[in-house]
Unconditional design. Structure first.
Length: 151
């Protein structure tokens, strides 16, 4: 099931001195609620451990506490690093939605999980690429790649 971007799009980039990252605990909570939807098989099919890795290798217990607060619509205080990662991940999600044909929304999730022959990914899926590197630089590289694909 493809999620409507309208419910998340205004949380992706909140200017703060030009950093372009999510900034408030309320925004962090909304971003975590969005990120929980990425566990869906029709989206990115992320396990909890993979979610933790994409957020910088945070402990599973910490993530569970944050997620519980977010799902209860409580504000969540996150580090600048985690907030920036969530912003980048949401940007990647949005970029996939924009390059997906309107009549094939399921492709966005498939493309995230399908091996890619672009030199950046070296035959890995975007998901595997991001998880194997676990760096902010990898998130930015994917975001730039998708932005270029959009034109």
């Amino acid at each position: 099931m493809t999620r409507s971007l309208s419910q998340y799009s205004h949380y992706s980039m909140v200017p703060n001195g030009g950093s372009g990252t999510l900034q408030s605990p309320v925004h962090a909570s909304a971003a975590l609620r969005w990120f929980e939807t990425m566990r869906d098989r029709q989206e990115w099919a992320l396990s909890v451990d993979e979610q933790c890795e994409l957020l910088g290798g945070i402990p599973r217990r910490t993530f569970q506490v944050w997620k519980k607060k977010a799902l209860n619509r409580e504000p969540v205080d996150l580090s600048r690093d985690v907030m920036e990662r969530l912003s980048l991940l949401l940007g990647i999600y949005k970029a996939y939605q924009l390059v997906t044909p309107a009549n094939r929304p399921e492709l966005a999730g498939e493309w995230f999980q399908t091996p890619n022959d672009h030199a950046l990914f070296q035959g890995q899926s975007v998901k595997t690429f991001l998880l194997s590197r676990g760096t902010m630089a990898a998130l930015y590289a994917v975001r730039r790649y998708l932005d270029a694909a959009r034109g």
